[in-house]
Design a protein around this ligand. Structure first.
Ligand code: TYM
Length: 328
């Protein structure tokens, strides 16, 4: 069976963008692939985190994965820092990563811009991300559009390692959803929806109450035309809402345009809000039952054990290929 790996940072409550760009496809893929889904807490500490908040976010993310439909019988769910192989291989890959190529990553540029204290881990983040993926002989990596550049670098590092040492890494393919790969901010639809947005009205958190979701969608920026039509260039706000609507219901953009022909944005926004609530409300209910349960800990314990089994084998191969340690 082909293998899938993907990860999400526990750096705040997940947004609708994370759900539609990532988790929604994970739930489908777990039926056809051997999947590893990770809570990448070591990536989160590349920027300052508050200790207790981080702990909370890690647990919350685990519960959200499960509440969204990740089935621990089918997929392996685990926390990155509980599988030391990630940082071990991450270090080895750092040794073949070039500072220049790391500095070219747009995520690094965005996150370091204007800051005078930037951690070295923020720069080497993509080498750790490559390790995450390569540890599991991953064939396919489902992600949103913003991770394309990191995936390209992962493929380059894998090839570089294979050529320089020994052919041990599978070269992974990226998988981006056709609709929903880049959900935009509700307040500035030219910017990606992000959990680190300082304006709370720009994003929908997966745990926002239905009333709040409705309010945020009703105040989403559109235009003064009053026509529900997909046109990313000239109508970014309406196009983003159409994407959200389509991703939540599975109805095509064309069907939705026809449905709202001759109707105003009021009706349309109500439709979008209802669609989002009907996806998120059941997830929120399951989340509430999971968050404090022992079952959640059991699943994460088993996940870490299963992930370590595969990951340790890859680390042993990589060490041997590079000449680290002793012959045993
Ligand atoms: P992160 O935590 O920022 O986001 C997790 C996933 O959500 C997707 N995503 C979006 N999709 C659509 N619209 C949006 N507005 C939106 N915002 C986020 C992301 O593309 C991602 O798929 N570097 C990664 C985490 C990571 C990882 C990995 C991913 C670490 N190791 C290995 C894949 C494989 C990140 O920061 O994602």
């Amino acid at each position: 069976m082909e293998k899938i790996f993907s990860g999400i940072q526990p750096s705040g409550t997940l947004t609708l963008g994370n759900y539609l760009g990532a988790i929604q496809q994970f739930v489908e893929l777990q039926n056809d692939y051997d999947c590893f889904f990770c809570i990448v807490d070591e990536h989160a500490i590349t920027v300052p985190q508050e200790r207790l908040k981080l702990r909370q976010n890690i647990r919350s993310l685990a519960a959200l994965y499960l509440a969204s439909g990740i089935d621990p019988e089918k997929a392996t769910l685990f926390i990155q820092s509980e599988v030391p192989a990630h940082t071990q291989l991450g270090w080895m890959l750092q040794s073949i990563s070039y500072v220049g190529e790391l500095e070219r990553m747009t995520q690094y540029k965005d996150k370091s811009e204007g800051k005078d204290a930037v951690s070295s881990a923020l720069l080497t983040y993509p080498s750790l991300m490559a390790a995450d993926i390569l540890l599991y002989n991953t064939n396919v990596v489902p992600v949103g559009d913003d991770q394309k550049q990191h995936l390209e670098l992962t493929r380059n590092l894998a090839q570089r390692f294979n050529n320089r040492f020994n052919d041990i890494f599978t070269i992974p393919e990226i998988r981006i959803p056709k609709v929903g790969a880049r959900i935009m901010s509700l307040q500035d639809p030219t910017k990606k929806m992000s959990k680190s947005d300082s304006n709370e009205k720009g994003y929908i958190s997966m745990l926002d109450e239905p009333k709040k979701i409705e309010k945020k969608i009703k105040s989403a920026v559109t235009d003064s035309e009053g026509i529900v039509k997909f046109d990313k260039e000239n109508k970014p706000g309406v196009s983003n809402l159409l994407t959200i609507y389509s991703s939540c219901t599975g109805e095509s953009i064309e069907t939705l345009e026809a449905k709202y022909k001759g109707k105003g944005y009021g009706d349309f926004k109500q439709g979008v809000a209802d669609a989002v609530i009907s996806v998120l409300k059941p997830i929120q209910d399951r989340y509430a039952a999971l968050i404090d349960s022992e079952k959640l800990d059991d699943i994460l314990d088993q996940g870490a054990e299963k992930a370590s089994f595969t990951a340790n084998k890859t680390v042993a191969k990589a060490k041997k290929a590079m000449g680290l340690g002793r012959v045993k």
